[in-house]
Ligand binder design. Structure first.
Ligand SMILES: [Fe+2]
Ligand SMILES: [Fe+2]
Length: 348
């Protein structure tokens, strides 16, 4: 078992046979001076500005729905506290289940890609960053529970954040020989998108200052990770055979949605906790997150990442382009024909 784990690559097959260009510019040269694990203190929740909300209500629109808001400010604040707990738990699980394993494989030369030595060395720094993010998120949740006296609800029965099951579904769609690539793909997707998710919270002065500081610490590290995983994509795509690209490409929108789509199950659980019936929960969720709005928001959040995929030529494959179009991430093939633009121009 351990020997198998040692040898297992994320992308199987002989590494030497994979094309590579060797180009990589490190953003980790000053890691010792910049990384939050080196230069930021443990963030203390207690004794700081308590803030008005625990989480921005606009990022958790169920609390703005009349059937929820009418139950009073105490209920809304309680739901936003639970949303903060879910966010912290999501962060810890994302680092532990998705990012650390991928960065570890890269660091030990078992990604299956022919990566520059310096890039492998930098992956060690990402592992350390992410372990710190997981630790401080878990630690912070414990501090909040002690300080507020309100524990996180439903953790013992939770199936985990929704990206976990969505990622399993994605893996099942890959041919057996390519299983493992979804983890590289999800690493690229989550690490290039998370910096956007974290960008607004540090500026929201309705939130406790310690929450904003914690998220700012995370966001600063993720800026470097974003650049790194864009580089992973630039190495991954040319290294895949045309047949592998045709298998992997159409699954990219699924990975993007796995990461960005709201966690409806957790929201439903919390709405049940404030006394809503099953029908009321369904109504609040569908009206708070209308499908067309979710699709639009994901498309906007992923526009830069979509451009990265276009730049490496992923959208040159018809099935991949169709999959992006069906997910609303790019215009349809017909639209690009009408405008006379190539798919790369449409997305750029
Ligand atoms: Fe992180
Ligand atoms: Fe990261």
């Amino acid at each position: 078992m351990y020997l198998r784990a040692f040898k297992e690559q994320l992308l199987s097959g002989p590494v030497e046979a994979r094309p590579h260009d060797g180009e990589y510019i490190s953003r980790f040269e000053r890691w010792d001076a910049l990384a939050s694990v080196r230069r930021r203190p443990r963030r203390d929740f207690e004794g700081k500005d308590p803030g008005h909300f625990f989480f921005p209500p606009e990022l958790y629109p169920v609390v703005l729905h009349p059937m929820v808001a009418s139950r009073g400010e105490g209920v809304v604040r309680g739901l936003l506290l639970q949303r903060l707990y879910d966010y912290l738990d999501f962060t810890t699980e994302l680092e532990n289940l998705a990012v650390i394993p991928v960065a570890t494989k890269i660091s030990r030369g078992r990604s299956g890609l022919n990566l520059p030595e310096h890039m492998r060395a930098d992956a060690h720094k990402i592992v350390t960053d992410e372990a710190w993010h997981a630790q401080f998120s878990d630690d912070f949740a414990r501090q909040i529970a002690t300080s507020t006296g309100s524990a996180r609800l439903g953790a013992e029965n939770s199936a985990g954040p929704s990206f976990v099951t969505r990622l399993d579904e994605l893996r099942d769609q890959l041919p057996h020989a390519l299983r493992g690539v979804e983890s590289l793909l999800f690493g690229i997707v989550s690490e290039t998108l998370i910096s956007g998710i974290l960008s607004d919270i540090p500026r929201d002065d309705r939130l406790p200052s310690a929450v904003r500081e914690l998220v700012r610490d995370h966001a600063e590290d993720e800026g470097r990770h974003h650049v790194y995983f864009r580089s992973v994509l630039r190495h991954l795509w040319p290294a895949l055979t045309p047949s592998e690209r045709r298998d992997v490409g159409p699954l990219v929108p699924g990975a993007i949605h796995a990461f960005l789509e709201p966690d409806y199950d957790r929201a439903a659980y919390h709405l049940g906790g404030i006394g809503l019936s099953r029908d009321e929960i369904d109504q609040v969720i569908s009206e708070s997150w209308p499908a067309h709005q979710v699709r639009h928001d994901i498309s906007a959040a992923a526009s830069q990442l979509t451009r990265y995929f276009a730049e490496v030529g992923a959208l040159d494959d018809v099935r991949t382009r169709d999959s992006f179009a069906q997910a609303g991430l790019v215009g349809t093939v017909r639209e690009s024909e009408q405008t006379g633009c190539t798919p790369r121009e449409v997305t750029a």
